[in-house]
Design a protein around this ligand. Structure first.
Ligand code: HPA
Ligand code: ZN
Length: 343
């Protein structure tokens, strides 16, 4: 649903999605289909019953349901179908480049081979690129509630697949699991030339964002909302132009903000932070890329300039090759020009 000129423009602009857990795009309907073909019983009787369970008071509330949902995924085809469904939604939203997180430990700990997971996801990404022109990067995330030793085991398994893994991420329960816990395993990935990102400052304090920057040496901050509590940190993020992958509907559903009218997105842009809009776990939080924009726009009445800036930030903050970035930026300029000069 569009509310404004800004929403109309955003829907038309090419964009990159930089914060998306592929397992969080698992729609209830597909979950039922896959559960049925794998002969797994879900603890819900209907799509409506699943949706009714999506009321969260915190990140942990959500994670419990998120891990339960992904547990029906078993075969390469399941991972393929999951990823292709996300790409179709993204195509409809004019998303032209995606950087997808996947949580191998959520699958390998249930006995699904690493290779099954990555092959299904990657072949859908390749087909999505051919079919929809959506370029992509793949980011393997470690579950931070598990140990660094566990992360190292996953890193070992990933060695056979490094040609298709572009980056490393860090997700799951934040508080009590600071970035420093993963110092050594991140250093290995950096030495191999992989890009690095980490969830920091979603529920955790600004100190976790400092750790992600200084100890893990990340290229991008996932969420980063609580950075705003520390003016020195904000100054540094602005100075370094570190991209923040902000997820408005996620923030609302997980009570990181209590009302969309209080969302800090505009403030972030005004302070010069390189903020972007992303959907995080769209099936659980109520919408994909454009729905996230529309929700903020409805609450904050975003300007056309802010709209274009958000699309630009998503491209310049991506790990896409510079030629690809240039191509997308040129499209953004061409599409936005009549809006910016004709009002
Ligand atoms: N935060 C932390 N871990 C996650 C999230 C999130 O928003 N989504 C999936 N895993
Ligand atoms: Zn996330």
């Amino acid at each position: 649903m569009q509310h404004s000129k800004a929403s109309e423009l955003f829907a038309k602009l090419p964009k990159a999605e930089l914060h998306l857990h592929i397992e969080g795009s698992f729609e209830p309907k597909l979950m039922f289909e896959i559960a049925q073909r794998n002969q797994i019983e879900l603890p819900y009787k209907s799509v409506e019953e699943i949706r009714a369970a999506y009321e969260f008071n915190s990140l942990q509330d959500f994670l419990d349901i998120y891990y339960a949902g992904m547990s029906v995924l078993q075969h390469t085809q399941d991972y393929y179908d999951l990823t292709m469904a996300y790409l179709k939604k993204s195509h409809a939203d004019n998303v032209k480049h995606v950087e997808i997180f996947f949580d191998p430990q959520g699958h390998t700990e249930r006995g699904v081979p690493f290779e099954t997971v990555i092959t299904g996801i990657h072949s859908a990404l390749e087909d999505g690129q051919a079919k929809f022109g959506i370029s992509f990067k793949l980011i393997m995330s470690y579950l931070r509630h598990l140990s660094e030793e566990d992360a190292f085991k996953t890193w070992e398994e990933a060695q056979h697949h490094l040609s298709i893994i572009d980056g490393i991420g860090l997700d799951s329960s934040e508080v009590g699991h600071p970035p420093s816990k993963f110092k050594n395993v991140f250093a290995e990935a950096k030495a191999k030339g992989l890009k690095l990102v980490a969830h920091a400052g979603e529920e955790g304090p600004p100190e976790y964002v400092y750790e992600a920057l200084d100890i893990l040496e990340i290229d991008r901050v996932d969420h980063g909302n609580r950075s705003l509590e520390d003016t020195d940190l904000v100054q540094r993020l602005v100075h370094e132009q570190k991209t923040l992958t902000v997820c408005p509907l996620s923030n609302l559903k997980l009570c990181v903000v209590s009302d969309m009218k209080d969302h800090p997105l505009r403030k972030m842009l005004e302070m010069g932070l390189a903020a972007t809009i992303n959907s995080d776990d769209p099936s659980y939080f109520g919408g994909y890329m454009n729905a996230n924009f529309n929700a903020v726009d409805k609450a904050l009445d975003l300007t056309l300039e802010e709209t274009v800036l958000l699309a630009r930030n998503s491209v310049t903050g991506s790990f896409a090759e510079l030629d690809r970035q240039k191509e997308l930026l040129q499209e953004i300029e061409a599409i936005s020009a009549p809006y910016l000069h004709n009002v």
